[in-house]
Design a protein around this ligand. Structure first.
Ligand code: GBH
Length: 488
């Protein structure tokens, strides 16, 4: 059941945008259909023994074929907006600036966009949600080569603005640059699977590459926004931003100044890494420079000027909270967290929240409110929440799923807590929040975890050829919450 707090009624602005977020590589399928090129995630999926359930995203949820049904289902969920990503390799199959554009790719997204607009749903479009063209990885190491990558990305972005910008007015350049670089180049578990861990990856350097790659993302983002603002915005009049991932960090021992500092530093390493250059100083946080020295790239003067102010709004993805504790030993070369330990309980034994079906994710709604305040106070930029959601235990059953699965109490409690926390941040703390996209519309391919994590408000029968969709109760609850929280 939805928890409708009387005092929060109408606390969100009348034009608040809400809906669901997805990513191309996790949903579309049709990985090599109609001229699509190979992405680094296609390559990872096809490498034997890598994904948790040995699955590929070759078909995923078949969103490529079923987009009309999906738009209709979303409409029935009452959404106002839909955030999806474009697969670069559908638009430019080989990825490069001089490589041919694929008309079938353009046609697909035109159809999707027109279907959404025809149904009264506003598209929010992400240009890059981790699916780098495999060819660019092979030609020059992908994002390890800032100059080449930026030029290729700009050309791809230009094609998208030209083709879709007459109808798409909300653009996101990069999704979670930090997760792309840390999971792909530090942990080495995401594509392109590089790290210092030789048991896992034949190549890579976790002490340098994540920072190089993130630098490339920031610079490519900034040049992309410059191009949009100069060449497209005057006529198309859209907004453009970057979406940063950030979980919340709280001190393990709130009385210990070292842990209080550690929590602040953890937020700077995770969020300030991108947030400070873009919204605050045009440079990385001092705490990062102090620990990382020359392993952290330096912005040229031109880059710094371009990066600062390069996002119209603060795009925010957040899922959970960790307790963090100052480590007693000096930072290791492969540390990316600010020399802290991440813990599930604090010094008093209090848990960070109820467990989900995903090891890192627990429900902690007060943590979201704290983090919204921290971001708002640090950057003073209106926030578009672009992802938030959870898995729930017990959803791995045979079709048809029983009532107990479709009545997804854990997810319902998560959304009740988080949405009321978000509305409280707006109403009681004065944080300016403009959108909320729940992750995610349907269960999907959770990257290297395959189909083992079900984040959807729609349950999918992966064994049926049509990937039959079953609405979960949470879809109704989210709608009721927004009908209550948004001012008429
Ligand atoms: C989002 O990333 C993605 O944008 C989306 O594609 C994805 O499906 C969704 O979340 C759900 O995972 O070091 O133990 O804390 C969120 C990414 C995943 C980033 C877990 C941090 C590290 C685990 N987060 N990850 S841990």
């Amino acid at each position: 059941m939805s928890i409708l707090e009387p005092h929060l009624k109408g606390s969100l602005r009348p034009d608040f945008q809400w809906g669901y977020a997805t990513a191309a590589a996790q949903t579309e399928g049709a990985w090599n259909v109609d001229g699509k090129g190979e992405s680094i995630w296609d390559r990872l999926g096809h490498t034997p023994g890598i994904t948790k359930d040995l699955s590929t995203a070759d078909d995923a949820t078949r969103a490529y074929d079923l987009y009309k049904e999906d738009v209709a289902l979303m409409k029935s969920y009452g959404v106002r907006a839909y955030r999806f990503s474009i697969a670069w390799t559908r638009i430019v199959p080989l990825g490069g600036k001089d490589d041919p554009v694929n008309p079938k790719g353009i046609e697909f997204y035109n159809n999707l966009i027109n279907e959404l607009l025809g149904t009264g749903i506003t598209p929010f479009v992400t240009l890059f949600h981790w699916d780098t063209p495999q060819t660019l990885e092979e030609r020059y190491g992908g994002m390890l080569n800032k100059e080449k990558f930026t030029a290729d990305f700009l050309r791809y972005a230009r094609v998208c603005f030209e083709a879709f910008g007459d109808r798409v007015k909300n653009w996101i350049t990069f999704n979670e640059p930090g997760v792309y670089s840390l999971a792909g180049y530090a942990a080495g578990v995401h594509a392109p699977r590089r790290s210092s861990n030789r048991d896992l990856n034949p190549e890579g350097d976790s002490s340098t590459e994540p920072f190089i790659v993130s630098h490339t993302e920031l610079v490519a983002h900034a040049y992309c926004v410059k191009m949009y603002r100069e060449e497209f915005k005057p006529t198309q009049k859209g907004i453009i931003m970057i979406t940063l991932h950030g979980n919340n960090s709280e001190p393990w021992d709130a009385e210990d100044p070292l842990d209080v500092e550690a929590a602040q530093r953890a937020r700077e390493f995770e969020i300030g890494w991108f947030g400070d250059p873009v919204y605050k100083t045009g440079d990385y946080p001092e705490s990062m420079r102090a620990q990382l020295g020359d392993r952290l790239p330096r912005f040229t003067e031109e880059e710094s000027k371009l990066v600062l102010g390069s996002s119209d709004f603060y795009g925010m993805n957040s899922y959970t909270t960790f307790y963090v504790r100052q480590k007693k030993t000096p930072p290791e070369l492969t540390d990316h967290l600010g020399n802290v330990e991440k813990l599930d309980t604090n010094s008093k034994g209090v848990s960070r929240g109820v467990e989900s079906d995903t090891y890192w994710l627990r429900t902690c709604s007060w943590g979201l409110r704290n983090l919204l305040n921290w971001i708002w106070n640090r950057y003073q930029v209106p926030i578009f929440m672009t992802e938030n959601g959870t898995t729930a235990k017990g959803e791995h059953v045979e079709a048809p799923p029983p009532e107990t699965v479709l009545n997804d109490t854990h997810r319902i409690e998560f959304f009740n807590g988080y949405l009321n926390a978000l509305a409280s941040a707006v109403k009681e703390d004065g944080v300016d929040i403009r959108s909320y996209f729940a992750w995610t519309f349907t269960d999907n391919w959770e990257w290297q975890a395959g189909y083992t994590d079900r984040f959807g408000v729609t349950w999918i029968d992966y064994k049926s050829p049509e990937r039959k969709r079953y609405p979960k109760k949470s879809a109704t609850v989210v709608r009721e919450l927004f009908e209550h929280l948004i001012a008429k």
